[in-house]
Design a protein around this ligand. Sequence first.
Ligand code: SF4
Length: 154
Amino acid sequence: MQGEGEIAFPALLESLARGEPSPRLIRGRPPDLDTLPFVDRDLFDVRAELDHSFYPGVLGLDPPLVTIIAGRGCTYNCSFCQPAERLLFGPAVRRRSVASVIAELRELRDRYAFRSLMIHDDCLLEDPAWVVDFARAYRAESFGSPSTARAGPT
Ligand code: SF4
């Protein structure tokens, strides 16, 4: 499979269930990120993430730490990961709405009372207007305390 799997992979499973042959190459289709369910953290050892403190002496990301992804893709051209990143996610950064990210963070606050947040996007700061909107919404929600709830490097 090449690309994003949320649409193509279930379609493949349905096709195989009908007894159709598996194609040699399956090209994924980029989903609208706001239509995807939040990460099901019961599927992995979320406690390992919550209790993990990223570089505590440097970043001070105190546990409980939660991580999210707010968007996919990157517009830069570092040889470290291009053109793979573009092949996977396309040429532009696609971002969830601020409302969607805040809704996931509310759920994480209610479940885990997180004190630190790491946003794992490859290109978070590429859209300053989104970042400002997010920061305002984040602040209005009073997630964690101002001294401990910090965004990690992305
Ligand atoms: S994801 Fe990071 S390493 Fe890759 S192109 Fe973007 S900025 Fe460069």
